[in-house]
Design a protein around this ligand. Structure first.
Ligand code: GCO
Ligand code: MG
Length: 402
């Protein structure tokens, strides 16, 4: 059995997606996601120029060997571009294998560990009152877990505040727009949001919050401590994790559960955090961390330390990643939660899929493969549109982490 073609498809049904379609000499094909928000074309070039020519003629059943070929064989290991390209190939090959076996992907991974996958949605508003309303709407939709973000008085476009209700989309300009940040103001305001949420809705729902890499370890520890009375499910990306050791300080000062990993690319980015039990949830996902083959290794390492998964699931991860992640979540023994930012109708039409949402949970389908396809004709109607994530500056103009 041979790979006879690998085609990179770029489409923008409301936002950009990069998709790899691998076709075999037996007519079976598989689909993988390679989207990197705001840097899409880098992965397109990596795939077209450096991956596709190598894999034509290879046996698509040798998933592990092809993964090692692309990882070790590149010599220049890791990084968001390389690992997304590898992920796209890996996911397409798992799709092919599962189709050939006539089984949904989760069966190949080891079968079902649970019926549904608990997911969390994004509630946000310009201020506390708006966010409290938005959380109420998610509760009405049946969500058991909700991430809450609020605008902060005095901060221009604070992180996490979208314009729409269900479709928050930060990559919204042809060049990066400039937003603001002020840690003092955020530290004064964010705990009040959670106080109000618990006062309004009680403690039956899981609440989450994303710090989006904004705080220093000391500030993060302070925030974690202030949020303790509100019993968060997790506090995410509360400080940048290039220095994994930074989490030790936070950990020593707060019992608020910590989550990190959406920008990690390999197990090495998380190794110290996991082995030293500095976090509670590992948020790596299929597309950024080398596909099913590599994410499984991360989850297995995490399981040794009672750390659970909480895969990234923002809109810049295509339905192909979401569908594959749901098979992964359905199997993985140490599952925690799955992020779920809904895609628009246009995106769902370009990527027909069989996963469904009901009562706060997502369900992967039973179609052989990962259950997500691409309508190439429709995809062609939405050409690539440059779109960047914003940047953030402090009041005095200093660049900060967006
Ligand atoms: C999240 C995220 C995202 C990112 C986005 C960047 O937790 O959902 O932080 O919304 O900002 O994926 O492309
Ligand atoms: Mg995040």
């Amino acid at each position: 059995m041979k790979i006879i073609s690998a085609k990179v498809i770029v489409t923008c049904p409301g936002r950009n997606f990069v998709t790899l379609k691998i076709t075999t000499d037996q007519g079976v094909y598989g689909i993988g996601d390679a989207t990197m928000n705001g840097r899409e074309k880098a992965v397109v070039a990596y795939l077209e120029d450096h991956v596709v020519p190598c894999i034509i003629g290879m046996d698509p059943r040798r998933i592990e060997d092809i993964w090692q070929y692309l990882y070790r064989g590149a010599y220049w290991r890791r990084g968001p571009v390389t690992m997304r390209a590898i992920a796209a190939v890996d996911v397409a090959l798992w799709d092919i294998k599962a189709k050939m076996a006539g089984m949904p992907l989760y069966q190949l991974l080891g079968g079902r560990s649970r019926d549904g996958v608990m997911c969390y949605g994004h509630a946000n508003g310009a201020d506390i009152a708006e966010t409290v309303d938005a959380v109420g709407q998610y509760i009405d939709l049946g969500y058991k877990a909700i991430r809450a973000q609020t605008g902060v008085p005095g901060i221009k476009d604070a992180y996490g505040v979208g314009r729409g209700k269900l479709f928050y989309e930060p990559a919204d300009a042809a060049l990066p727009s400039v937003t603001g940040w002020d840690t003092r103001k955020a530290l004064n305001y964010v705990p009040k949001l959670f106080e109000k949420l618990r006062e309004t809705y009680g403690f039956d729902h899981h609440l989450l919050h994303d710090g989006h890499h904004r705080y220093t370890p000391q500030e993060a520890a302070n925030l974690g401590k202030m949020l303790e009375p509100y019993q968060l499910f997790w506090l995410e990306d509360v400080t940048p994790a290039e220095n994994q050791e930074a989490f030790r300080l936070i950990r020593q000062h707060t019992v608020t559960p910590l989550a990190v990993g959406e920008i990690f690319n390999t197990i090495w980015d998380a190794k110290d955090l996991i082995q030293n039990q500095l976090i509670d949830y590992i948020r790596c996902t299929i597309v950024s961390a080398g596909g099913v083959t590599h994410l499984r290794r991360i989850a297995d390492l995490a399981a040794l330390y009672q750390i659970r998964t909480g895969s990234h699931g923002a809109t810049d991860l295509s339905p192909v990643t979401m569908g594959t992640a749901l098979h992964f979540d359905t199997w993985v023994p140490n599952f925690g939660i799955q992020e779920y930012m809904r895609h628009t109708e246009e995106t769902d039409a370009v990527f027909p899929h069989d996963y469904t949402f009901e009562a706060g949970e997502l369900f992967c389908g039973e179609t052989p493969g990962h259950g997500v396809n691409i309508d190439e004709e429709l995809a062609a109607k939405y050409p690539y549109k440059p779109a960047y994530l914003p940047v953030a500056r402090l009041e005095d103009g200093t660049m900060w982490n967006w």
